[in-house]
Design a protein around this ligand. Sequence first.
Ligand code: SAM
Length: 293
Amino acid sequence: MNLCDTNVVRRLMASYGISFRHEFGQNFLTDPSVIEEIAAAAYPTEDCTILEIGPGIGTLTRALCERYRKVIALEIDRNLIPILDETLADFDNVTVINADVMKTDLAELLASAFAEGAVAVCANLPYYITSPILMKLLESDLPFWGVTVMVQKEFADRLCAAPGGKEYGAITVSAAYRGSAEKILNVPADRFLPAPKVDSAVARLRLYGDRKPVVPKDEDLFFRTVRAAFGQRRKTLANALTAGFPELGKQTVTTLLEELNLPADIRGERLSVEQFANLSNLILEKQTESKKE
Ligand code: SAM
C-alpha cells in the first residue's frame, strides 16, 4: 500500500469512516524522499530502537520498521489504531501504544520496552504541542542517542539559534544544554495531507548524554532559571528573574548580575548555556544563604 499516494490515504481513511483531526495536528507526510531522509537521520546503523511519537497512519513508521531493529509508536488517536494494525501488518518489530505522550511515563516505557541497546526518538510532531513534547524529552534526561523531529520551520530555527537573535529562547537553551542541534532539511507545506498553513523542517538534536560540556549544580533550578528568563519576553533579565523568583527580590537579582559581570539591562537572549548554568549556580547559593539566615 502506497501511503504517499493521497488518493490511497483518503480511501483508507474513508474505509474506516474517519477524517483528519486538526485538534491532534494530523498532517500526514506524503513525500517518500522526505520520509527516507528523516528515518535515515534517526540513527547511524540499524541497531537501534526508535520511539516514534504520533505514527498517524504509519507512513514514517513503516520506513522506521524497515530500517531499525525495533519501533515503539505512541499514538493518541484511538481511531487510528485499526488503520495502523492494517498498514503495519507486514512488520513484527513494531509495537503501537494508544497513549498521549504527555501522560506517558517515558522512563518506565524505556525500562520495560527498550531493554537493550541504543534508543532514539524520531517523529513528525503534532504542531499544536511541539514545544511541550520537546521540553518533556529534554527535561527527562533519558538516554536517547538523538531526537530527530519534523517541526514548524520557525521552530527548527529556534532550536538551532545562536545567542543574541530573536529566535533564541528557552527551548534553544534547553536543547543546547542537552545536545547539539542541526537542521537537516526544509519541507514545504505541500508535502503533507492535509497541507498545513506553514512550512516545516527536520531538525536533529544529537544528545550529549553523560558528556555534557556544561553541568549546573542543580538541574531543576537551571531549567527554572531558563524558563524565568524567557517567561517575560520583552523584559530585561533582571525584571524577568525578579518575577520568576519572587523569593529573591529585586536587590538580590541586581547583585547576582553584578557578580556575574552582566550589564544591568541585559536580556535573557544574550546568555549562553554556560552563563545560564553560572546564573543558576549563583541563585542556588543565594537560596542556600537565605535559608541559613
Ligand atoms: N507520523 C505521521 C506522518 O508523518 O505522517 C503523522 C504525523 S502527524 C503530524 C502527528 C501525529 O501525532 C498524529 O497522528 C496525531 O494523532 C498524533 N498525536 C497528536 N498529539 C499526540 C500526543 N499528545 N501523543 C501521541 N500522539 C499524538
